[in-house]
Design a protein around this ligand. Structure first.
Ligand code: HEC
Length: 193
């Protein structure tokens, strides 16, 4: 029932009219369309970058990278501070590059007596809970520095120097209580601290 009086200025856009109620085909505002197409383009770029070509770092990867950077920075602070405490050695053990250096040092110098996995051989098992000279990080470091020459464990401090001893001691703290299969029977006692 469209009369002169009810004619709307949008008459040319009327797509449907019933009982004086009109439905218009209005153009979407440009800014709105821009956000829509913008979102579509963004989604495509995002999809190809992260999912299809995987050229972007995933959230997991960036998280791990920033954790590693944090741990490296903490290890640097410990080195600069120069005081060796249990916590300092544990901080070094959390730094991937220190740990890798320690593992490499262990592989080249210590495995002959302590086994490839640290399970022991001529020397004691370093992966159980029993220790002859203490399980605390600083005690382990001390054993490595000074050795137990009478029992066949040489003092490594002179030969390796501080940085390498720190790294290998940090690595050994990560072996504690891992109980690798086929390890040597426990020697010493199980310390409570
Ligand atoms: C020639 C053999 C030999 C080599 C090489 C050797 N160790 Fe040992 N290590 C021993 C022996 C034997 C003992 C046990 C000493 C004792 O009975 O008091 C020992 C003890 C230890 C302990 C103390 C374990 C405990 O129960 O308290 C640590 C830690 C250790 N060694 C680390 C190292 C590291 C790190 C290296 C390499 C830099 C290394 N050892 C190289 C023979 C060796």
């Amino acid at each position: 029932m469209s009369t002169e009086a009810s004619r709307s200025p949008y008459e040319d856009r009327v797509v449907h009219e019933y009982d004086g109620i009109e439905e218009y085909d209005n153009h979407l505002p440009r800014w709105w369309l821009a956000t829509l197409y913008g979102a579509v383009v963004f989604a495509l770029v995002y999809w190809f970058h992260y999912q299809v070509f995987q050229s972007g770092a995933s959230i997991q990867q960036s998280f791990e990278a920033s954790m590693a950077a944090d741990r490296r920075a903490a290890a640097e602070r410990v080195r600069r501070a120069g005081t060796i405490t249990d916590d300092a050695l544990l901080t070094l053990a959390r730094d991937p590059s220190t740990l890798a250096a320690g593992r490499a040092q262990f592989a080249s110098t210590c495995v002959v007596c302590h086994g490839a996995q640290g399970g022991g051989g001529i020397g004691p098992n370093l992966t159980d809970s029993a220790w002859l000279h203490g399980r605390r990080p600083t005690q382990i470091m001390h054993t490595i520095m000074e050795g137990v020459p009478a029992k066949g464990m040489q003092a490594w401090g002179q030969q390796l120097g501080m940085e390498r001893v720190l790294a290998v001691a940090a690595y050994i703290t990560t072996l504690r209580d891992t109980n690798v299969p086929g390890g040597k029977a426990p020697q010493g006692d199980v310390p409570t601290d």
